[in-house]
Design a binder for this molecule. Structure first.
Ligand code: SF4
Ligand code: SF4
Length: 392
Protein backbone atom coordinates (compact mmCIF):
# COMPACT_ATOMS: atom_id res chain seq x y z
CA UNK A 1 0.00 0.00 0.00
CA UNK A 2 1.26 3.49 -0.79
CA UNK A 3 2.78 5.41 2.05
CA UNK A 4 0.78 8.61 2.37
CA UNK A 5 1.03 11.55 4.75
CA UNK A 6 -0.37 15.04 4.98
CA UNK A 7 1.98 17.90 5.78
CA UNK A 8 1.00 21.37 6.97
CA UNK A 9 0.87 22.88 3.50
CA UNK A 10 -1.54 20.22 2.26
CA UNK A 11 1.11 18.62 0.09
CA UNK A 12 0.52 14.92 -0.33
CA UNK A 13 3.45 12.51 -0.62
CA UNK A 14 2.42 9.34 -2.30
CA UNK A 15 4.71 6.68 -3.76
CA UNK A 16 2.09 5.49 -6.18
CA UNK A 17 1.59 9.03 -7.46
CA UNK A 18 5.32 9.41 -7.90
CA UNK A 19 5.45 6.22 -9.95
CA UNK A 20 2.44 7.23 -12.01
CA UNK A 21 3.88 10.67 -12.71
CA UNK A 22 7.14 9.12 -13.83
CA UNK A 23 5.26 6.80 -16.13
CA UNK A 24 3.13 9.64 -17.54
CA UNK A 25 6.12 11.91 -18.19
CA UNK A 26 8.90 9.41 -18.82
CA UNK A 27 10.67 10.76 -15.72
CA UNK A 28 11.02 14.16 -17.40
CA UNK A 29 11.58 16.04 -14.12
CA UNK A 30 14.49 13.89 -13.00
CA UNK A 31 17.22 15.96 -14.67
CA UNK A 32 16.08 19.29 -13.19
CA UNK A 33 18.83 20.69 -10.95
CA UNK A 34 16.70 23.48 -9.48
CA UNK A 35 18.45 26.47 -11.05
CA UNK A 36 15.21 28.48 -11.19
CA UNK A 37 15.65 29.81 -14.75
CA UNK A 38 12.14 28.56 -15.59
CA UNK A 39 10.60 30.57 -12.76
CA UNK A 40 12.51 33.68 -13.81
CA UNK A 41 11.45 33.40 -17.47
CA UNK A 42 7.77 32.50 -16.94
CA UNK A 43 5.53 35.36 -18.16
CA UNK A 44 3.38 35.11 -15.05
CA UNK A 45 6.20 36.94 -13.28
CA UNK A 46 5.42 39.98 -15.46
CA UNK A 47 1.71 40.19 -14.74
CA UNK A 48 1.25 38.94 -11.21
CA UNK A 49 2.54 39.81 -7.77
CA UNK A 50 4.82 36.91 -7.00
CA UNK A 51 5.99 34.63 -9.78
CA UNK A 52 4.65 31.18 -10.51
CA UNK A 53 7.34 28.94 -9.05
CA UNK A 54 7.90 26.55 -11.92
CA UNK A 55 11.07 25.35 -10.21
CA UNK A 56 9.01 24.29 -7.17
CA UNK A 57 6.63 22.35 -9.40
CA UNK A 58 9.58 20.46 -10.88
CA UNK A 59 10.80 19.67 -7.35
CA UNK A 60 7.36 18.43 -6.36
CA UNK A 61 7.37 16.19 -9.43
CA UNK A 62 10.79 14.80 -8.45
CA UNK A 63 9.55 13.98 -4.96
CA UNK A 64 6.05 12.80 -5.80
CA UNK A 65 4.50 15.72 -3.92
CA UNK A 66 1.08 16.81 -5.01
CA UNK A 67 0.03 20.44 -4.69
CA UNK A 68 -3.57 21.11 -5.64
CA UNK A 69 -3.25 24.90 -5.53
CA UNK A 70 -4.22 27.31 -8.32
CA UNK A 71 -0.63 27.80 -9.55
CA UNK A 72 -0.56 24.53 -11.43
CA UNK A 73 -3.49 25.68 -13.58
CA UNK A 74 -1.99 29.06 -14.44
CA UNK A 75 0.51 27.56 -16.89
CA UNK A 76 -0.44 28.44 -20.46
CA UNK A 77 1.95 25.74 -21.77
CA UNK A 78 3.73 28.45 -23.76
CA UNK A 79 7.08 26.57 -23.49
CA UNK A 80 9.02 29.80 -22.88
CA UNK A 81 10.61 28.13 -19.85
CA UNK A 82 11.63 25.09 -21.87
CA UNK A 83 13.53 27.27 -24.35
CA UNK A 84 15.87 28.39 -21.59
CA UNK A 85 16.05 25.36 -19.31
CA UNK A 86 19.74 24.37 -19.23
CA UNK A 87 18.79 20.74 -18.60
CA UNK A 88 16.29 20.44 -21.42
CA UNK A 89 13.47 19.44 -19.08
CA UNK A 90 10.13 18.88 -20.79
CA UNK A 91 8.50 21.22 -18.28
CA UNK A 92 5.12 21.41 -20.00
CA UNK A 93 4.78 17.65 -19.95
CA UNK A 94 5.65 17.53 -16.25
CA UNK A 95 2.98 20.16 -15.56
CA UNK A 96 0.44 18.14 -17.54
CA UNK A 97 1.42 15.08 -15.49
CA UNK A 98 0.97 16.96 -12.21
CA UNK A 99 -2.42 18.13 -13.44
CA UNK A 100 -3.46 14.56 -14.05
CA UNK A 101 -2.69 13.71 -10.44
CA UNK A 102 -5.02 16.53 -9.42
CA UNK A 103 -7.73 15.08 -11.70
CA UNK A 104 -7.37 11.86 -9.76
CA UNK A 105 -7.90 13.76 -6.50
CA UNK A 106 -11.00 15.41 -8.06
CA UNK A 107 -9.63 18.83 -7.19
CA UNK A 108 -9.54 20.43 -10.64
CA UNK A 109 -10.75 24.03 -11.07
CA UNK A 110 -14.46 24.55 -11.65
CA UNK A 111 -15.38 24.30 -15.30
CA UNK A 112 -12.77 21.79 -16.39
CA UNK A 113 -14.78 18.59 -15.74
CA UNK A 114 -17.58 19.95 -17.94
CA UNK A 115 -15.01 20.60 -20.68
CA UNK A 116 -14.19 16.89 -20.75
CA UNK A 117 -17.85 15.91 -20.51
CA UNK A 118 -18.56 18.11 -23.51
CA UNK A 119 -15.89 16.31 -25.53
CA UNK A 120 -17.43 13.02 -24.42
CA UNK A 121 -21.03 13.93 -25.34
CA UNK A 122 -20.56 16.44 -28.15
CA UNK A 123 -17.12 15.61 -29.58
CA UNK A 124 -16.08 19.21 -28.92
CA UNK A 125 -15.10 21.18 -25.79
CA UNK A 126 -17.45 24.08 -26.59
CA UNK A 127 -20.72 22.37 -25.48
CA UNK A 128 -22.03 22.67 -29.02
CA UNK A 129 -24.20 20.07 -30.77
CA UNK A 130 -22.35 17.73 -33.16
CA UNK A 131 -25.12 18.31 -35.72
CA UNK A 132 -23.95 21.94 -36.12
CA UNK A 133 -20.27 21.15 -36.62
CA UNK A 134 -20.30 21.86 -40.34
CA UNK A 135 -22.73 24.82 -40.22
CA UNK A 136 -19.83 27.25 -40.82
CA UNK A 137 -19.46 25.82 -44.35
CA UNK A 138 -23.08 25.53 -45.41
CA UNK A 139 -22.83 27.97 -48.34
CA UNK A 140 -19.33 26.93 -49.43
CA UNK A 141 -20.10 23.63 -51.15
CA UNK A 142 -17.11 21.86 -49.62
CA UNK A 143 -17.46 18.15 -50.42
CA UNK A 144 -17.14 15.37 -47.88
CA UNK A 145 -13.62 14.01 -48.06
CA UNK A 146 -13.08 11.21 -50.55
CA UNK A 147 -9.55 9.71 -50.62
CA UNK A 148 -9.90 8.83 -54.31
CA UNK A 149 -10.79 12.35 -55.42
CA UNK A 150 -9.13 14.58 -52.85
CA UNK A 151 -5.52 15.60 -52.40
CA UNK A 152 -6.01 16.73 -48.79
CA UNK A 153 -8.43 16.68 -45.88
CA UNK A 154 -9.16 20.10 -44.40
CA UNK A 155 -9.21 19.37 -40.66
CA UNK A 156 -11.19 22.29 -39.25
CA UNK A 157 -11.02 21.50 -35.53
CA UNK A 158 -13.56 22.30 -32.82
CA UNK A 159 -12.82 26.01 -32.33
CA UNK A 160 -12.96 26.95 -36.02
CA UNK A 161 -16.08 24.81 -36.43
CA UNK A 162 -18.09 26.51 -33.68
CA UNK A 163 -16.60 29.81 -32.59
CA UNK A 164 -17.88 32.62 -34.82
CA UNK A 165 -14.64 34.56 -35.19
CA UNK A 166 -12.60 31.42 -35.87
CA UNK A 167 -15.14 30.27 -38.44
CA UNK A 168 -14.01 33.21 -40.58
CA UNK A 169 -10.51 31.72 -40.54
CA UNK A 170 -11.79 28.34 -41.71
CA UNK A 171 -13.68 30.08 -44.50
CA UNK A 172 -10.59 32.04 -45.56
CA UNK A 173 -8.48 28.85 -45.65
CA UNK A 174 -11.15 27.11 -47.75
CA UNK A 175 -11.26 30.08 -50.16
CA UNK A 176 -7.49 29.94 -50.61
CA UNK A 177 -7.54 26.20 -51.26
CA UNK A 178 -10.21 26.77 -53.89
CA UNK A 179 -8.18 29.63 -55.36
CA UNK A 180 -5.19 27.28 -55.71
CA UNK A 181 -7.50 24.66 -57.29
CA UNK A 182 -6.65 22.10 -54.63
CA UNK A 183 -9.00 19.14 -54.53
CA UNK A 184 -9.97 18.90 -50.90
CA UNK A 185 -12.79 17.79 -48.68
CA UNK A 186 -13.75 17.88 -45.01
CA UNK A 187 -15.48 15.46 -42.69
CA UNK A 188 -18.59 17.60 -42.09
CA UNK A 189 -20.48 16.78 -38.89
CA UNK A 190 -18.46 13.56 -38.56
CA UNK A 191 -15.18 15.36 -37.94
CA UNK A 192 -13.76 14.03 -34.64
CA UNK A 193 -12.16 16.17 -31.94
CA UNK A 194 -8.33 15.97 -31.92
CA UNK A 195 -8.29 15.87 -28.10
CA UNK A 196 -5.94 18.81 -27.57
CA UNK A 197 -8.21 20.37 -24.96
CA UNK A 198 -8.06 17.18 -22.85
CA UNK A 199 -4.27 17.04 -23.16
CA UNK A 200 -3.87 20.72 -22.31
CA UNK A 201 -5.67 20.28 -18.99
CA UNK A 202 -3.56 17.23 -18.23
CA UNK A 203 -6.03 14.40 -18.70
CA UNK A 204 -3.62 12.24 -20.68
CA UNK A 205 -5.55 8.95 -20.44
CA UNK A 206 -8.65 10.58 -21.90
CA UNK A 207 -6.53 12.29 -24.56
CA UNK A 208 -5.10 8.90 -25.55
CA UNK A 209 -8.61 7.48 -25.85
CA UNK A 210 -9.62 10.39 -28.13
CA UNK A 211 -6.41 10.09 -30.16
CA UNK A 212 -7.04 6.40 -30.64
CA UNK A 213 -10.60 7.00 -31.90
CA UNK A 214 -9.58 9.88 -34.14
CA UNK A 215 -6.73 7.90 -35.67
CA UNK A 216 -9.13 5.03 -36.36
CA UNK A 217 -11.56 7.47 -37.98
CA UNK A 218 -8.83 8.91 -40.23
CA UNK A 219 -7.69 5.43 -41.19
CA UNK A 220 -11.25 4.31 -42.05
CA UNK A 221 -11.80 7.41 -44.15
CA UNK A 222 -8.51 6.96 -46.00
CA UNK A 223 -6.87 10.18 -44.83
CA UNK A 224 -3.20 10.37 -45.80
CA UNK A 225 -2.61 14.15 -45.75
CA UNK A 226 -4.47 16.69 -43.65
CA UNK A 227 -4.18 20.43 -43.20
CA UNK A 228 -5.31 22.01 -39.93
CA UNK A 229 -6.85 25.42 -39.24
CA UNK A 230 -5.40 25.55 -35.69
CA UNK A 231 -1.78 24.99 -34.64
CA UNK A 232 -3.09 23.27 -31.49
CA UNK A 233 -4.62 20.44 -33.55
CA UNK A 234 -1.46 20.35 -35.68
CA UNK A 235 0.70 20.03 -32.57
CA UNK A 236 -1.13 17.03 -31.15
CA UNK A 237 -1.19 15.31 -34.53
CA UNK A 238 2.56 15.64 -35.11
CA UNK A 239 3.92 15.49 -31.56
CA UNK A 240 1.51 13.55 -29.39
CA UNK A 241 -0.30 11.03 -31.61
CA UNK A 242 2.94 9.31 -32.74
CA UNK A 243 4.35 9.30 -29.19
CA UNK A 244 1.35 7.30 -28.11
CA UNK A 245 0.55 5.15 -31.13
CA UNK A 246 3.70 4.99 -33.19
CA UNK A 247 4.00 6.49 -36.62
CA UNK A 248 0.91 8.27 -37.95
CA UNK A 249 -0.80 6.89 -41.03
CA UNK A 250 -1.20 10.49 -42.21
CA UNK A 251 0.89 13.62 -42.74
CA UNK A 252 -0.30 16.76 -40.92
CA UNK A 253 0.50 20.40 -41.71
CA UNK A 254 -0.77 23.62 -40.27
CA UNK A 255 -2.33 25.66 -43.07
CA UNK A 256 0.45 28.35 -43.34
CA UNK A 257 2.95 25.56 -44.04
CA UNK A 258 0.75 24.19 -46.79
CA UNK A 259 -0.01 27.61 -48.30
CA UNK A 260 3.69 28.58 -48.27
CA UNK A 261 4.39 25.34 -50.13
CA UNK A 262 1.68 26.17 -52.70
CA UNK A 263 3.20 29.62 -53.18
CA UNK A 264 6.66 28.11 -53.75
CA UNK A 265 5.21 25.66 -56.26
CA UNK A 266 3.39 28.47 -58.08
CA UNK A 267 0.00 26.86 -57.43
CA UNK A 268 -1.23 29.82 -55.38
CA UNK A 269 -0.71 33.47 -56.32
CA UNK A 270 -1.30 36.47 -54.08
CA UNK A 271 -1.05 39.39 -56.49
CA UNK A 272 -3.40 41.93 -54.96
CA UNK A 273 -1.71 44.64 -52.97
CA UNK A 274 -2.43 45.19 -49.27
CA UNK A 275 -0.73 48.45 -48.37
CA UNK A 276 -0.86 48.35 -44.61
CA UNK A 277 1.70 47.83 -41.89
CA UNK A 278 1.56 44.48 -40.12
CA UNK A 279 3.33 42.80 -37.27
CA UNK A 280 3.26 39.05 -36.73
CA UNK A 281 2.40 37.37 -33.45
CA UNK A 282 3.91 33.86 -33.40
CA UNK A 283 1.50 31.33 -31.85
CA UNK A 284 3.39 29.28 -29.22
CA UNK A 285 2.14 26.05 -30.76
CA UNK A 286 3.58 26.95 -34.14
CA UNK A 287 6.84 28.58 -33.06
CA UNK A 288 8.21 27.22 -29.79
CA UNK A 289 6.43 23.88 -29.88
CA UNK A 290 7.10 23.19 -33.55
CA UNK A 291 9.90 25.52 -34.67
CA UNK A 292 7.85 26.98 -37.52
CA UNK A 293 8.73 30.66 -37.80
CA UNK A 294 9.04 31.08 -41.57
CA UNK A 295 5.87 29.85 -43.27
CA UNK A 296 3.47 32.59 -42.06
CA UNK A 297 6.09 35.27 -42.70
CA UNK A 298 6.74 33.93 -46.20
CA UNK A 299 3.03 34.23 -47.00
CA UNK A 300 2.86 37.80 -45.70
CA UNK A 301 6.06 38.86 -47.46
CA UNK A 302 4.71 37.58 -50.79
CA UNK A 303 1.87 40.10 -50.71
CA UNK A 304 2.63 43.26 -52.72
CA UNK A 305 2.66 46.45 -50.63
CA UNK A 306 2.51 44.68 -47.29
CA UNK A 307 5.02 45.97 -44.77
CA UNK A 308 5.98 43.57 -41.98
CA UNK A 309 7.60 44.90 -38.82
CA UNK A 310 8.67 42.64 -35.99
CA UNK A 311 7.84 43.16 -32.33
CA UNK A 312 10.56 43.37 -29.68
CA UNK A 313 9.86 39.71 -28.87
CA UNK A 314 9.40 37.63 -32.00
CA UNK A 315 9.89 34.08 -33.20
CA UNK A 316 10.80 31.70 -30.40
CA UNK A 317 10.97 34.63 -27.97
CA UNK A 318 7.44 35.83 -28.77
CA UNK A 319 5.26 36.62 -25.77
CA UNK A 320 2.40 34.17 -25.26
CA UNK A 321 -1.22 35.35 -25.70
CA UNK A 322 -2.23 33.33 -22.62
CA UNK A 323 -4.78 31.07 -24.33
CA UNK A 324 -3.00 27.70 -24.25
CA UNK A 325 -2.87 25.03 -21.56
CA UNK A 326 -6.63 25.11 -20.99
CA UNK A 327 -6.56 28.84 -20.08
CA UNK A 328 -9.27 29.43 -22.72
CA UNK A 329 -11.63 27.71 -20.30
CA UNK A 330 -10.42 29.44 -17.13
CA UNK A 331 -10.89 32.99 -15.97
CA UNK A 332 -7.87 35.30 -16.02
CA UNK A 333 -8.19 38.47 -13.96
CA UNK A 334 -7.93 41.81 -15.76
CA UNK A 335 -4.40 43.09 -15.36
CA UNK A 336 -3.01 39.56 -15.50
CA UNK A 337 -3.67 38.85 -19.17
CA UNK A 338 -0.53 38.12 -21.19
CA UNK A 339 -2.22 39.47 -24.33
CA UNK A 340 -2.21 42.99 -22.84
CA UNK A 341 1.60 43.06 -22.97
CA UNK A 342 1.50 41.74 -26.53
CA UNK A 343 -0.87 44.51 -27.61
CA UNK A 344 1.48 47.11 -26.12
CA UNK A 345 4.42 45.57 -27.99
CA UNK A 346 2.45 45.60 -31.22
CA UNK A 347 1.55 49.28 -30.71
CA UNK A 348 5.24 50.12 -30.27
CA UNK A 349 5.96 48.85 -33.79
CA UNK A 350 3.51 51.32 -35.33
CA UNK A 351 1.68 48.43 -37.03
CA UNK A 352 -2.01 48.77 -37.86
CA UNK A 353 -2.69 45.03 -37.85
CA UNK A 354 -1.48 42.10 -35.76
CA UNK A 355 -1.35 39.05 -37.97
CA UNK A 356 -1.42 35.65 -36.37
CA UNK A 357 -2.30 32.05 -37.24
CA UNK A 358 -4.21 30.59 -34.30
CA UNK A 359 -7.87 30.87 -33.23
CA UNK A 360 -6.91 31.08 -29.53
CA UNK A 361 -4.43 33.91 -30.20
CA UNK A 362 -7.08 35.82 -32.16
CA UNK A 363 -9.57 35.49 -29.29
CA UNK A 364 -7.08 36.60 -26.61
CA UNK A 365 -5.63 39.49 -28.63
CA UNK A 366 -9.05 40.80 -29.70
CA UNK A 367 -10.34 40.63 -26.11
CA UNK A 368 -7.32 42.61 -25.00
CA UNK A 369 -7.79 45.22 -27.71
CA UNK A 370 -11.39 45.71 -26.55
CA UNK A 371 -10.47 45.80 -22.87
CA UNK A 372 -7.61 48.24 -23.42
CA UNK A 373 -9.64 50.35 -25.90
CA UNK A 374 -7.07 50.31 -28.70
CA UNK A 375 -9.24 50.82 -31.80
CA UNK A 376 -6.23 51.72 -33.95
CA UNK A 377 -5.11 48.08 -33.88
CA UNK A 378 -6.90 45.11 -35.43
CA UNK A 379 -6.17 41.38 -35.50
CA UNK A 380 -6.27 39.33 -38.69
CA UNK A 381 -5.41 35.73 -39.34
CA UNK A 382 -2.74 35.16 -42.00
CA UNK A 383 -5.35 33.28 -44.05
CA UNK A 384 -7.66 36.30 -44.01
CA UNK A 385 -4.84 38.58 -45.16
CA UNK A 386 -3.86 36.15 -47.92
CA UNK A 387 -7.51 35.80 -49.03
CA UNK A 388 -7.76 39.60 -49.12
CA UNK A 389 -4.64 39.78 -51.30
CA UNK A 390 -6.00 37.09 -53.56
CA UNK A 391 -9.38 38.77 -53.98
CA UNK A 392 -8.07 42.30 -54.44
S1 SF4 B 1 15.17 25.74 -15.74
FE1 SF4 B 1 15.20 23.50 -15.96
S2 SF4 B 1 16.81 22.78 -14.58
FE2 SF4 B 1 16.36 24.91 -13.98
S3 SF4 B 1 14.80 24.70 -12.35
FE3 SF4 B 1 13.67 24.92 -14.27
S4 SF4 B 1 13.31 22.81 -14.98
FE4 SF4 B 1 14.90 22.73 -13.41
S1 SF4 C 1 5.05 26.89 -20.14
FE1 SF4 C 1 4.93 29.15 -20.08
S2 SF4 C 1 3.32 29.63 -18.58
FE2 SF4 C 1 3.91 27.45 -18.30
S3 SF4 C 1 5.46 27.49 -16.71
FE3 SF4 C 1 6.55 27.57 -18.64
S4 SF4 C 1 6.85 29.77 -19.07
FE4 SF4 C 1 5.27 29.60 -17.45
Amino acid sequence: MAEQMMVETDLIIDDEQWLELNELTGGAAATCYQCGVCTAICPWGEVRDGTVSVRTMMRQAQLGLLDCSEELWLCATCAQCEMYCPRGVNIVDVIRGLRYLVWQQRQTPKGLPSLLWSIHWNSNPWTQPPSLRSAWAKDLNIPIFDPVQHEILLYVGCTASYEQRAQQVARAVARLLNAAEISFGFLGDDEPCCGEAALSVGHKPYFWEIANNTTRCFREKGVSHLVTVSPHCFDVFVNHYPAFMGQNSFVAQHYPQYLAQLLREGRLRLDGSVTRQFTFHDPCYLSRHNGELDAPRQILQTIPGLKLVEMAHAGIDALCCGGGGGRMWLETEPGQRFADSRIQEALETGAEVIATACPFCIACLEDSIKAQRVPELTVMDVSEIAALAHDT
